[in-house]
Design a protein around this ligand. Structure first.
Ligand SMILES: [Zn+2]
Length: 214
């Protein structure tokens, strides 16, 4: 076998590739061939220099990349608006709850003032109105309760609205008394808004998962 064959095997060994011959045979040749020994020494030097060559200089792009980034993450402003709307709804509900309690309390305590109704009927009306105030305040404090409170609050508001409109047209109720029910309607609308926001938030993880797998 010629020196050329052994040098091909030596080159393969430097590159970590199969030698194409037994390793003992290659080392045996090296031990008595000074020209191949010198050749492999030079080849090893070249390989080492190539592998240890300094990396080419690259410009520092840190400032450029940072300058190209948006000032805020996409959607951050929309998320802040949504949070603000949620806080506003809860504040509205808090105000409505306090107003509703202020309307209910005197009737509940005195048993009078409810359009000349019998004392117990006035008490019952006062208890209902105070319970509504408690529900509004509870949802303002813990928005997760909104969906559970909505079936009762919503049906009560719809029924009362229909009956009040009928009573107004028939002259059974004064406009100022009917106007007090607007507080109730505002509260139920705020509870519905909070419940709707909570439902949308619960659906968000599912939507995100669908988008990833699509
Ligand atoms: Zn040789």
């Amino acid at each position: 076998m010629s020196c050329q064959n052994y040098r091909e095997a030596l080159s393969a060994r430097l590159d970590g590739e199969p030698l194409g011959m037994p390793v003992d045979e290659l080392d045996g040749h090296l031990s008595h061939c000074p020209t191949c020994t010198a050749w492999v020494g030079a080849a090893e030097g070249v390989t080492r220099r190539t592998r240890l060559a300094p990396a080419p200089a690259v410009p520092d792009l840190t400032a450029t990349v940072l300058a190209a980034l948006p000032r805020e993450l996409p959607g951050a402003r929309a998320a802040a608006r949504v949070r603000l709307a949620g806080t506003a709804l809860r504040l509205v509900l808090l105000a409505v709850g306090v107003a509703q309690a202020a309307l209910a309390w005197p009737v509940l305590v005195s048993g009078a003032g409810a359009m000349s109704a019998p004392v117990h009927l006035a008490h019952e009306t006062g208890a209902w109105n105070l319970a509504l105030a408690a529900a509004f305040l509870a949802v303002a404090a813990a928005p997760r309760l909104a969906a559970g409170a909505l079936p009762f609050l919503g049906s009560f508001a719809v029924l009362l609205l229909a009956l009040t409109l009928a009573d107004l047209s028939a002259g059974h109720v004064h406009a100022d008394r009917a106007g007090a029910h607007l507080v109730l309607l505002a509260g139920v609308a705020a509870v519905a808004g909070i419940a709707w926001r909570g439902r949308r938030r619960r659906h968000l993880p599912a939507l995100a998962g669908r988008r990833v797998t699509a």
